[in-house]
Design a protein around this ligand. Structure first.
Ligand code: C2E
Ligand code: CA
Ligand code: CA
Length: 625
């Protein structure tokens, strides 16, 4: 200001002197005044400009503007003097440390950081003049903590003189929380909070090491819920989820803290029982688990009952690693799943072999169909009334190179479980009808051909259509085909199935109940399904006459059949004694080794021709009874 006044007065004086020097006194005064005014206006304008700049309105003073705009950012920025006194902290930093002002923040200084870490950072700055992106744990005045990524540098003057330090901190706690969450999710199941396979494996390894040291066993228990998908479909996913959470809760309550529980699949759980000295230790716990899980699950107003299949395998006996143990416990569990009884099964090598064999069979069956490895054996049956051959049953035979022949009792259940029975059944039907066609070339009245049908085939919607198509293709009349079903296949009330059976009957096809007597023996079923033939199961025939019980059952069935006007066949007749008794009971027809073993196609034709030529022969004729 003083300098400006001096400049103004000096300029006015020079103007006045210059005007006076040229001899014009009045002009000099005018000029001096005009100059004075102009200069004052200029100076005032300059002062205004200077003050605008000072207030940052023109945005030219970088230092000041930068510091105030630092309040706009999330990160913390500070300046500390060479003696570590903090002289600037932006709002971001104050927020981070929950401080009201710079003064409060300044009092924190080294207390905010662990002393060891603090001296590390100080050393960095002292030796290199800066550090960048160091991860530092900070403590707030209220004791809470956060993790920051910090950079700091020493600022020097243009001549290299150290002036102060400035630094920036980014709070990464949130990222770390997210990272921990991801870490959690990658090891634990988010729904139930139980360990997943990865962490279960880690725990297994630790438990196995300890078991080794103390000479203990471990028991791996695998639990799977039958038809859990049905719960989801029927009540919705949310209800299913609640059930799973409840399962986890019950498991947690049942096992000891040192045991581990994991969710291994959608509806599969694993429990690792430790410190097992004897199998029975594990069995006791599994009993309790099984009981607890069998209790109803109540979700809102819904009450759900779920059957649990449990399999158990022991370490080290049944496997040295979790993979092998799980596989074996699964094998045991599947054994329960496929049986009608709930409960648990302990793995054994034999069980493993059975499963292995089943898998091999399944694979081989697929190839066998393509390679035509099947044929049918044919077993005739005769009427004791007139001695005629009434029907011949086609029994499936499979003989595989290097394996030899495999019993249908072994491979039919495998084919049923895998669904292969459907194409296999079609194959049997076409082979059987071809045989009948062959007989019809030689015999004026060939017997019916009987074909066994499994439940899975019967429940196929297009079963009647496929049977009729096969009859058409082979050009065999419907009443020459007898389909053997079992009563258990039709026991469920099923409108579709009833329709199928009546459709078959309408095509003239004869329906027989096979293995009669061992199941329900419900007489209503005989009427309802229009059954033409019943075949008494061979287990009743085997023990006559020694078992009086069987004798009375057979007698009962024979009289029922007579009352209903149904053909009756006794299966598995092996001895003349059995035949004699059946004849006395006025049994209709017999089938069994005594008459003929299952025969090859050509042997069967020969048998039929021979029987036709020789006529009814003793002892298969009532008249000689
Ligand atoms: P099944 O339908 O009860 O067949 C009768 C079984 O008893 C046959 O066994 C037959 O060889 C046998 N057998 C006949 N007479 C006697 C006898 O006097 N004594 C004894 N001990 N056994 C006799 P196979 O051929 O081993 O068939 C076993 C089962 O496999 C059949 O029992 C049937 O349930 C099933 N099966 C056979 N072929 C087929 C098929 O093509 N489809 C379906 N779904 N199942 C079939
Ligand atoms: Ca049969
Ligand atoms: Ca049978």
């Amino acid at each position: 200001m003083l300098a400006a006044a001096f400049v103004v007065i000096a300029a006015a004086a020079i103007t006045w002197w210059a005007a006076g020097y040229h001899g014009s006194g009045a002009l000099a005064v005018y000029l001096a005044v005009a100059f004075l005014i102009t200069t004052v206006v200029l100076i005032v304008a300059l002062v205004f400009l200077w003050s605008f700049r000072r207030n940052g309105l023109l945005g030219c003073d970088t230092g000041r503007i930068t510091l105030s705009s630092l309040d706009l950012i999330q990160d913390g920025v500070y300046r500390r003097q060479l003696d570590s006194r903090v002289t600037f902290a932006n709002e971001g930093l104050l927020r981070m440390f929950v401080c009201d002002d710079v003064e409060q923040f300044a009092t924190l200084s080294d207390k905010a950081v662990d002393s060891l870490r603090y001296s590390e950072l100080e050393t960095l700055i002292a030796t290199r003049g800066e550090y960048r992106n160091e991860q530092v744990e900070y403590r707030r005045p209220d004791g809470s903590q956060f993790v920051g990524i910090t950079s700091e540098r020493l600022v020097r003057s243009s001549r290299g003189k150290p002036l102060y330090y400035e630094g920036a901190i980014t709070d990464i706690s949130r990222c770390i929380d997210a990272e921990r969450k991801i870490e959690f999710l990658s090891h634990y199941d988010s729904l139930t909070g139980l360990a997943n396979r990865a962490i279960f494996d880690e725990r297994f390894q630790a438990a196995a090491a300890s078991a080794e040291r103390y000479g203990h066993q471990l028991a791996l228990v695998v639990l799977n819920f039958d038809r859990f998908k049905g719960v989801n479909e029927l009540y919705g996913r949310q209800v299913g989820d609640r059930v799973l959470v409840e399962v986890a809760r019950r498991l947690n309550q049942t096992v000891r803290a040192e045991d581990s529980i994991a969710r291994l699949g959608a509806d599969e759980f694993g429990v690792l029982l430790t410190r097992i000295t004897d199998d029975s230790d594990a069995h006791k716990v599994i009993d309790v688990i099984h009981q607890r899980l069998a209790d109803d699950y109540v979700v809102g107003k819904i009450r759900i009952k779920i059957r649990t299949s449990v399999g158990v395998a022991f370490y080290p006996r049944d496997g040295a690693d979790l993979g092998t143990l799980s596989k074996n416990a699964d094998t045991a569990m599947n054994q329960v799943k496929h049986s009608t009884q709930a409960g648990y099964v302990t793995y054994s090598e034999q069980l493993g072999e059975t499963t292995q064999r089943r898998l091999e069979l399944e694979k081989a069956l697929r190839q066998a169909l393509a390679k035509n490895e099947f044929r049918v054996a044919l077993q005739p049956r005769v009427s004791l009334k007139n001695g005629r051959v009434t029907a011949v049953e086609a029994l499936l035979r499979w003989s595989r190179p290097h394996w030899g022949s495999i019993s249908p009792l072994e491979f039919i259940p495998v084919a049923e479980r895998s669904g292969m029975i459907v194409p296999l059944g079609e194959k049997v039907l076409s082979l059987a009808l071809a045989e009948w066609k062959g007989w019809s070339n030689y015999l004026p009245n060939p017997p019916r051909i009987g074909v066994n049908v499994s439940a899975r085939q019967l429940h196929e919607l297009d079963f009647p259509a496929s049977v009729k198509a096969a009859l058409d293709a082979a050009n065999v009349p419907g009443n020459m085909l007898e389909l053997e079903l079992t009563e258990s296949m039709v026991i469920e009330k099923n409108a579709g199935l009833e329709r199928s059976l009546s459709e078959l009957r309408e095509a003239g096809i004869i329906l027989a109940f096979d293995d009669f007597g061992i199941g329900y023996s419900n007489l209503g079923n005989l009427r309802r399904f229009g059954i033409d033939v019943i075949k008494i199961d061979q287990s009743f025939i085997r023990d006559i006459p020694s078992d009086p019980n069987d004798m009375s059952i057979v007698r009962g069935i024979i009289s029922i059949a007579r009352d209903f006007g149904i053909e009756l066949v006794a299966e598995g007749v092996e001895t003349e004694e059995q035949l004699g008794i059946l004849k006395r009971m006025q049994c209709d027809q017999v089938q069994g080794f005594l008459l003929a073993r299952p025969l090859s196609g050509s042997d069967c034709l020969e048998f039929l021709l021979d029987w036709e030529k020789s006529g009814p022969r003793a002892p298969f004729y009532w008249s000689d009874a």
